[in-house]
Design a protein around this ligand. Structure first.
Ligand code: BES
Ligand code: ZN
Ligand code: ZN
Length: 489
């Protein structure tokens, strides 16, 4: 799907159909030309409500306000209503609330998310006829905006939405078609396409690096592990950041085997790794002036005669010993070594990790919200604000002085699970914090995306399955910190 800014009023553009957002419930806006018809079919203009009027060549979609997320949802619903129809082109005006950039971006993102389909495994693929969306240089409230800003917004939205949809494709792919090696091959291809540096470590090289916690998780799998490291090094870099992703291409739970109904969807346990690939791709395309290292630990967590066991003691890359009491708490073991690797190799200003780490995070926040944890209050706040501005949902889960005690082990330096059944998202983060060097504690953020990474029902502008969680919020954070001036939302 292409987007074109046309320097005309909506009415003067030639297209197969017009998209109209109904913000005013009295249908009094000049773009709402079919008031009688809408009343006849009892269209109320509620959020997510759509009315396609083929004879009038207009599709109406309700929106509660001009808030950017309302615009995303409305755009997605409109595009969905036009899919599988014969329309090749559509036209739409611009719906500015405060900032033209934000809302034009939101419309284009929403449209691309609405158009997203994962049909890799369907024998019959439905090709969409809709090719082009013309965006008129006319605002709903007659607000002024420059052509340059509008085009910039459209281009940015395309970069971010394409990266997010690409991440969804990777996550949605079946585990046998997306093994650690497959993921590493894709990462290498991204590096080549985007002109990034890349290093891929195989199991022998992981052993040389002393990444024994990671290797223990990987041991029972027929598909050997990979550490993926891509680097984007712009000349004008204002900071260095490492973003580490959990890449469990399948999590069966290992010997602490998951019950079957919890095992389904565990192809999505690679979502953090896929997100870091999407982030570095988008950051490069947006030319964000930050040196970015995308690091992913890719492996399966399987069972077998060679599997690591509850009672094993592992020695992580930084020499800390870990008592394994549950092999299903494997993500933190992989991340522990990857976090050590990142801190050893890179002189970082920031270190983020993104992981589908705990079911407890989903219990705490619900399935749509990312959990944000770390020691730096201001950093957490900026991330949550960036998430909100990007259309993602994120909330803080707070550390306290009592929770770390729950990870104490009688036999090793630390235990891989908490002795309490409560607060599991936070204790998982506290486990990771043991692998953050003292000097880096204020630079670290942990994002638990176990909820929004994969949802088995449609929500808002999200389709069934992978959600691409983490991509938009981190890209927005990078832009807010290093690109936008303070006035920009
Ligand atoms: N990958 C899971 C976490 C998860 C659960 C992600 C549901 C997405 C949806 C993780 O490896 C895991 O199994 N965690 C355990 C930890 C427990 C053993 C302490 C969990 O959450 O139950
Ligand atoms: Zn697990
Ligand atoms: Zn897992």
């Amino acid at each position: 799907m292409k987007f074109e800014l046309i320097e005309k009023k909506v009415a003067d553009i030639d297209a197969d159909i017009e998209i109209v957002l109904v913000v005013d419930k009295n249908f009094e806006h000049k773009w709402v030309k079919d008031r009688d018809d809408l009343e006849t079919i009892n269209f109320k203009g509620e959020s997510e409500e759509v009315a396609l009027l083929p004879h009038q060549k207009r599709v109406y979609v309700g929106a509660k306000s001009l808030d950017h997320d309302e615009i995303r949802i409305a755009a997605a619903k409109a595009i969905k209503a036009l899919q599988n129809k014969k329309y090749k082109s559509a036209k739409v005006g611009v719906y500015i609330q405060n900032c033209p950039v934000t809302n034009i971006k939101a419309f284009v993102e929403g449209a691309l998310f609405g158009a997203y389909r994962f049909d890799k495994y369907k024998s019959k693929k439905q090709e969409s006829e809709l090719q082009t969306i013309y965006i008129a240089k006319e605002d709903y409230s007659d607000k002024e905006f420059t052509t340059q800003n509008a085009i910039k917004s459209i281009n940015e939205a395309i970069i971010v939405a394409e990266a997010t949809n690409f991440v969804k494709d990777l996550v949605n792919t079946a585990p046998d078609d997306m093994t650690p090696k497959d993921l590493a091959d894709i990462a290498e291809q991204i590096a080549k396409d985007e002109g990034l540096e890349y290093t891929i470590l195989d199991e022998k090289e992981l052993a040389k690096e002393g990444m024994n916690a990671f290797l223990a998780v990987a041991r029972a799998s027929a598909h050997p592990p990979r550490l993926i490291h891509l680097a984007y090094k712009p000349k004008n870099a204002k900071a260095k950041i490492a973003i580490v992703g959990k890449g469990l291409t399948y999590d069966s739970g290992g010997l602490s085997l998951k019950p079957s109904e919890y095992m389904v969807t565990m192809k999505s346990d690679k979502s953090g790794a896929c997100a870091v690939l999407g982030i570095i791709q988008a950051a490069k395309r947006l030319q964000i002036p930050v040196e970015i290292h995308a690091i992913a630990g890719a492996t399966e967590n399987m069972i077998g005669g060679d599997a690591y066991k509850p009672d094993d003691v592992l020695v992580a890359k930084n020499g800390k010993t870990i008592e394994v009491r549950n092999t299903d708490a494997e993500g933190r073991l992989v991340l522990a070594d990857c976090l050590c690797y990142a801190q050893e190799k890179i002189d970082i200003d920031y270190i983020f990790d993104i992981a589908t780490l705990t079911g407890a995070c989903v219990v705490a926040l619900g399935e749509y919200t990312t959990g944000v944890m770390g020691f730096n209050e201001e950093l957490k706040t900026t991330i949550i604000e960036a998430a909100q501005a990007s259309g993602e949902l994120a909330a803080q889960l707070p550390f306290n002085r009592y929770l770390p005690k729950l990870l104490e082990s009688k036999v090793a330096d630390i235990c891989n699970i908490s002795s309490s059944r409560y607060g599991g998202a936070i204790t998982a983060a506290l486990f990771l914090s043991e692998f953050i060097e003292e000097k880096n504690r204020q630079k670290w953020i942990h994002l638990d995306i176990a909820g929004p990474a994969y949802v088995e029902k449609e929500w808002g502008y999200h389709s069934y399955g992978a959600g691409g969680a983490g991509v938009r919020m981190v890209v927005k954070w990078l832009q807010k910190q290093f690109v936008f001036n303070k006035k920009h939302p």
